[in-house]
Ligand binder design. Structure first.
Ligand code: SAH
Ligand code: CA
Length: 231
């Protein structure tokens, strides 16, 4: 066993993609469309999308949350991986980008499963938390919005996710490699750094941090019920 991972050179990454990813042509069409936009590097990669789909099917997720929709690429993977009676609550603050997402959800036939919440994630999560029946009820949450909000989205989603296997997934936790470089101290890097440390020491979850894409952190909620009322 080696402590040095196999470096993911462009050549090897291209090999990995062409030998594993089964991306529907509609999803590729969306990526082509979003690539015209300068923010498209916020979007997950096809291998990440397929991995989210794999996880969702593995845990049999039905009720899902997505924070940070952009043009809908990751939500396409999520919404097509849940059963027909599944639900995805998808939250973003950008109405313009969401229009593209809505168009692709329609085309993929998943629009009836997806509810778009156009409001800041903290508001959306507070709204869900106000209704006690939402606590411990979701199976899966994908968080990919502003990095400064990750810590509070984590706390809120942890209350909403079911114990004993509910899964929280966070994108960009390696943040271009910046957290490992102490001289980089901008607000988002500091937020990701603090967030990564917090999860590392949090006994409420099982943890995996993967160097897929720009870093993907998986937090599986353990079987202790952490809702404040039941403490
Ligand atoms: N998950 C998408 C990419 C999301 S990009 C994909 O992989 O396809 C990040 C998104 O977060 C942007 O669309 C941005 O508008 C949204 N965002 C930023 N701050 C937010 C906030 N406070 N609440 C909700 N969404 C937010
Ligand atoms: Ca992202």
């Amino acid at each position: 066993m080696s402590l040095s991972p196999t470096p993911l050179t462009p050549l090897l990454y291209s090999y990995l993609l062409s030998n594993s990813v089964r991306e529907p042509s509609l999803f590729k069409e969306l990526r082509d469309e979003s690539s015209q936009d300068k923010h498209s590097d916020m979007q997950i990669s096809p291998d990440q999308g397929q991995f989210l789909s794999f996880l969702i099917r593995l845990i049999g997720a039905k009720k899902c949350i997505e924070i940070g929709v952009y043009m809908g690429y990751s939500s396409l993977w999520i919404a097509t991986s849940i059963p027909n009676d599944g639900k995805l609550i998808a939250c973003d603050i950008n109405a313009e980008w969401s229009k593209t997402a809505l168009r692709y959800w329609e085309r993929a036939g998943v629009a009836p499963k997806v509810t778009l919440q156009l409001q800041p994630a903290s508001q959306m999560l507070n709204g869900l938390l106000c209704d006690e029946s939402n606590h411990n009820s979701f199976d899966f949450a994908f968080i990919d919005a502003d990095k400064i909000g990750y810590e509070s989205y984590y706390e809120d989603c942890l209350k909403l996710i079911r114990p004993n296997g509910g899964l929280l997934v966070f994108d960009n936790t390696l943040w271009f490699g910046n957290p490992a470089r102490p001289e980089i101290q901008d607000e988002s890097t500091e937020a990701i750094r603090k967030f990564n440390t917090k999860l590392h020491h949090d006994p409420r979850i099982d943890l995996a941090m993967l160097s897929i894409g720009d870093g993907l952190t998986l937090a599986r909620k353990k079987d202790t019920d952490i809702s404040p009322k039941k403490r």
